[in-house]
Design a binder for this molecule. Structure first.
Ligand SMILES: [Zn+2]
Length: 343
């Protein structure tokens, strides 16, 4: 319990305890804990394949399994992490990619998630229901990526087909739905009701405020609500970040740091909220850059022989790295707390 990690955790806790907002604690609704969900939109990418015909879509191998030469950074990495903490993740799984990369590969990954005891729920990107070659040849129009742009019957057909696919592949029927890009509204929740899917998780007040999602719910939602059609809406949680670039943003795991997330969850608990629904993507842990920038070595690994003949003379002025100001502020604050014997 005395490692550097533990010290950092305690320092962060001390900083948060000192600085975070502390709303008067509300009684917990129904005496329940705050339910926290980690949801992962799991999908392929067209990768520019429609614009550039020499490019292929980026399929499940990279975008879902995250297989790269330096490691595996996709769904297994998420599941390993969840299991290390004894929790389960939710994978909002996009089945219409079967039209782009073939059904077998898409079905395999969905099955693998359920086989390890995690949840597969339905995520729909309607634009994937296409014949890529036909679109490239100009024989077929690229389908709209916005679910709300389809009529009610077409939306229901998408949800029905997607749910049936997932059930056929995994043996488990999805009970929750999230539209691709949050591009849906009340009409899709009616389709969920008609298809026996009791939960919609497409509402995101940030997406509504930015014109991405046409949901017209009043009041705005940032916690669970029962819709008039009997569907439970579980919105993506939004929070207000402070400091530079402050403002409302979704609880997207890759755009917040651990301290912000911990403070947000604690505050939601005290505010008496019921569900914290966080969000990320199956490809977020993939390192697409910096793979060859650094290598941890010993003195013995230095290219001594080559440098004997190739090393240029030192520059007249040495160069110095200069991290941004906030990192220094953080260091000073941590140091001040340590000096007071808190950690
Ligand atoms: Zn998506």
């Amino acid at each position: 319990m005395n490692g550097p990690r533990d010290a950092a955790d305690r320092a962060r806790k001390a900083l948060l305890d000192w600085s975070r907002r502390r709303p008067p604690a509300q009684p917990r609704p129904d005496g329940e804990p705050l339910y926290v969900m980690v949801t992962i939109d799991t999908e392929i990418s067209m990768g520019g394949a429609l614009k550039d015909h020499s490019v292929q879509p980026i399929g499940p191998d990279v975008r879902i399994w995250g297989r790269l030469p330096d490691g595996t950074w996709g769904i297994e990495c998420f599941m390993d992490t969840f299991e290390a903490f004894g929790v389960r993740g939710v994978f909002f799984y996009e089945p219409f990619a079967k039209n782009i990369v073939g059904e077998a590969a898409i079905a395999d990954a969905a099955r693998a998630i359920v086989a390890r005891g995690h949840s597969v729920e339905l995520h729909v990107h309607p634009e994937f229901k296409m014949n890529l070659e036909a679109v490239r040849r100009g024989e077929m129009e690229k389908p709209s990526a916005l679910l709300h742009s389809y009529d009610a019957d077409a939306q229901r057909a998408y949800i029905a087909e997607g749910a049936a696919d997932l059930e056929r592949w995994t043996g488990v029927r999805p009970i929750a739905f999230r539209s691709g890009g949050f591009a849906s509204d009340e009409v899709a929740t009616d389709a969920c009701a008609a298809e026996g899917i009791p939960i919609d998780s497409s509402y995101n007040v940030w997406a509504v405020a930015n014109g991405v999602s046409p949901f017209e719910l009043t009041p705005k939602l940032n916690d669970v609500a029962m819709l008039a059609n009997g569907v439970l809406e579980v919105p993506t949680t939004n929070l207000f970040t402070r400091g530079p670039k402050r403002g409302m943003r979704p609880f997207e795991l890759s755009s917040l740091n651990a301290a912000e997330m911990i403070a947000a969850v604690d505050e939601m608990y005290e505010l008496g909220m019921r569900v914290c629904c966080t969000l990320t993507h199956s490809f977020r842990l993939i390192r697409t850059t910096n793979q060859v920038r650094f290598r941890v070595v010993t003195y013995r690994d230095l290219p001594l022989e080559r440098w004997k003949t190739s090393l240029p003379p030192p520059p007249a002025e040495p160069r110095y790295p200069s991290p941004p100001a906030w990192t220094a502020v953080t260091r000073m604050a941590l140091q001040a707390i340590k000096d007071r014997g808190v950690v």
